[in-house]
Design a protein around this ligand. Structure first.
Ligand SMILES: *Cc1c(COP(=O)(O)O)cnc(C)c1O
Length: 491
C-alpha cells in the first residue's frame, strides 16, 4: 500500500493558515527571491498534522518500546530534560550575546564541565565537539599537538584493539596517523604480549574502550595504560558508553590521558533521529592547555552576595576551535538536568541497573545463543546470531524477525570479532517484565530458526515495507515521498 502524499492530498485553494490583513503598507518581495516554478501542496492544517502523525507511527522509537541497540545506549530520555532545554532563557539565547546577558547559560556549562570532571576523574573538559566521533578526532589532534610540542616527531602510529568501534580507526586515519590493530585475547581483553611488541618510540598512542565493545571490562587496564606510557605514548579512552562506570569507576584513575563522552548516550540526551549529539572531551591536567576553545571559565570569583562572573578563555596551546560557537548547548542543558536529577547516588544506581539488566538477559539467553566471550558483562554483551544446525539463518534474519515481535533489533555484525554478532544493550531504564518479554521473543525465534526458518528469512511481516536492500536504502536514501512530476510512488 502506498501512502497518499501531501501532493495527492492537495486541493486548490485549501489553506492551513490565514494571515490577518497587514496594518502596515505592503511591500513586494525582492525580485528573484520568489520561485515561480516551486509547486507547493495546498492543505488544511488537519491534513498536514494527520500526514505527519501517520508517518511517525510507522517508525520505531525509544518512546515506543525496547531499543536494545548495543553501543548506542538507547535509554529512555526523561521528559524533564526537554522541559529544561525549552526554558526561554536557554532556548532563545544567542551565542553572540554579550556574556553579561547569558550568565545562567555559562554557569550551566561551567558546572557541567565540573560535573564531568568529577564523574570521569579527569582534569579539564571542553564541551565543544558535536558527537562522539568528533570528540575522537579532537582527542587524536590533542595527541598530535602534545607530541609536536615536545619536538617528538617520530610518532606516526596509533594502536587500536580489534574490538574497537569503527570510528576509532577512522578518527586516527583522518588525523594522519597509521592505524595498527591489536588482537584481543581469549577473555576479550587486549592481548598484552601483542601490545608490548607493538609499543616503541613510533607509537603516538592507544585508543581503548573500557568497557570494550564486547561489553567487557578491560581486566588489565592499569597494565595496558602503563605499557603505553612507558613507551612515551598517550592513552585515549573512548567513553561513548559510560553507563556501567557511573559512580563506580573513573577513567582518570585507570591511566587514561584523554577521554570523550557521549552526552547523547550516557547522559540521556536524544540522538539518532531524535536530535544532535554532543561529545565533550576530557583530559588530564597536563593536557588542559591543548583543549579546543574557547572554554567557559570563572573570570571573577563570586562572594556570598554576588555570583561569580563567567566568561570564556582560550587555552594557551589550544588545537583551536572544532565547532562553530560553543557546541550543542541544548544537549548540555539536558545532560546537566539528568545529572542533577539523579545526584551522585542516582548515577551509581544507573550503572548498577545497566549492568544488572545486561547480565539478566545474558543469563536468560546464553543457553540458546552462543556467547563467545562469556563472562560477567557490563552494560551490554555480544552473542552469535548463527547455529551450526540451522546453517541458513543469519544475524540479520533474527534481527528482522524481532521486528515482528514488536522489538527494535539489536546492533548486528559489530564488533567484527564475533561471527554474526548480535550486540545487545538493554539499558537501565527497562523493567524486568520488558526484559522477560524480549528474552522470550529471542528464545522463540531460536526455536523458529530450527523448525520454520522461512519465517525468519521472510521477516519482517507486519511493517509498512518488507525487507529492504539495506545497502541501497542507505546509499540511495529517499527522504521525501513526494514526487510532483511522477505518477508513481517509490516502492
Ligand atoms: C557511538 C559510539 C561512538 C561514536 O559516537 P557518535 O556520536 O555516533 O559519533 C564511538 N565509540 C563508541 C564505542 C560508540 O558506541
Amino acid at each position: 500500500m502506498t501512502e497518499p502524499t501531501l501532493f495527492e492530498l492537495s486541493s486548490p485553494g485549501r489553506r492551513g493558515v490565514r494571515f490577518p490583513e497587514p496594518d502596515v503598507p505592503k511591500s513586494p518581495l525582492p525580485e528573484g527571491l520568489v520561485r515561480k516554478d516551486l509547486p507547493l501542496p495546498e492543505l488544511a492544517e488537519v491534513d498536514v498534522v494527520r500526514h505527519f502523525v501517520r508517518l511517525s507511527q510507522k517508525n520505531y522509537a525509544v518512546d515506543y518500546g525496547l531499543y536494545p541497540l548495543g553501543s548506542c545506549t538507547m535509554k529512555y530520555n526523561p521528559k524533564i530534560n526537554e522541559d529544561m532545554a525549552r526554558l526561554p532563557g536557554f532556548a532563545l539565547a544567542h551565542p553572540l550575546q554579550p556574556i553579561d546577558t547569558v550568565q545562567g547559560s555559562l554557569a550551566l556549562m561551567y558546572e557541567l564541565q565540573e560535573l564531568l570532571k568529577e564523574i570521569t576523574g579527569m582534569g579539564a573538559v571542553s564541551l565543544q565537539p558535536a558527537a562522539g566521533a568528533h570528540g575522537e578526532l579532537t582527542g587524536v589532534l590533542i595527541i598530535r599537538a602534545y607530541h609536536k610540542s615536545r619536538g617528538d616527531t617520530k610518532r606516526t602510529k596509533i594502536l587500536i584493539p580489534d574490538s574497537a568501534h569503527g570510528t576509532n580507526p577512522a578518527s586516527s586515519a583522518m588525523s594522519g596517523y597509521e592505524v595498527v590493530q591489536l588482537p584481543s585475547d581469549k577473555r576479550g581483553n587486549v592481548d598484552l604480549e601483542a601490545l608490548k611488541a607493538a609499543c616503541d618510540d613510533t607509537v603516538a598512542g592507544l585508543m581503548l574502550t573500557n568497557p570494550n565493545t564486547l561489553g567487557l571490562f578491560e581486566e588489565n587496564v592499569l597494565e595496558v595504560t602503563r605499557i603505553v606510557h612507558e613507551a612515551g605514548g598517550l592513552v585515549y579512552g573512548d567513553g561513548a558508553n559510560l553507563n556501567a562506570l557511573l559512580g563506580i569507576a573513573r577513567p582518570g584513575d585507570m591511566g587514561f590521558d584523554i577521554l570523550h563522552l557521549n552526552l547523547h548516550k550516557t547522559f540521556s540526551t536524544p540522538h539518532g533521529g531524535g536530535g544532535p549529539g554532543s561529545g565533550p572531551v576530557a583530559v588530564t591536567e597536563a593536557l588542559a592547555e591543548f583543549l579546543p576553545g574557547p572554554i567557559v571559565t570563572i573570570l571573577e570569583e563570586g562572594t556570598d552576595e554576588v555570583p561569580p562572573l563567567y566568561g570564556f578563555k582560550m587555552p594557551s596551546r589550544s588545537i583551536g576551535r572544532v565547532k562553530a560557537f560553543h557546541g550543542h548547548f541544548g544537549m548540555m542543558v539536558r545532560a546537566y538536568t539528568y545529572i542533577m536529577m539523579h545526584g551522585a547516588e542516582g548515577l551509581r544506581k544507573v550503572a548498577e541497573h545497566a549492568v544488572l539488566n545486561a547480565n539478566y538477559l545474558l543469563a536468560r539467553l546464553r543457553h540458546v545463543y552462543k556467547v563467545p566471550y562469556d563472562r560477567i558483562c557490563k552494560h551490554e554483551f555480544v552473542a552469535e546470531g548463527v547455529w551450526d544446525d540451522a546453517p541458513d539463518i543469519h544475524a540479520l534474519d533474527i534481527a528482522k524477525r524481532l521486528i515482528d515481535y514488536d522489538f527494535h533489533p539489536p546492533t548486528n555484525y559489530f564488533p567484527l570479532i564475533v561471527r554474526e554478532a548480535l550486540m545487545i544493550e538493554p539499558t537501565e531504564t527497562e523493567s524486568k517484565q520488558t526484559l522477560d518479554k524480549f528474552a522470550d521473543a529471542l528464545i522463540k525465534i531460536a526455536e523458529e530458526a530450527h523448525t520454520q526458518p522461512e519465517l525468519l528469512k521472510s521477516a519482517p511481516h507486519n511493517t509498512p515495507v518488507g525487507r529492504l536492500d539495506e545497502v541501497k536504502a542507505a546509499k540511495e536514501l529517499v527522504l521525501c515521498c513526494w514526487f510532483p512530476e511522477k505518477e508513481t510512488q517509490p516502492s
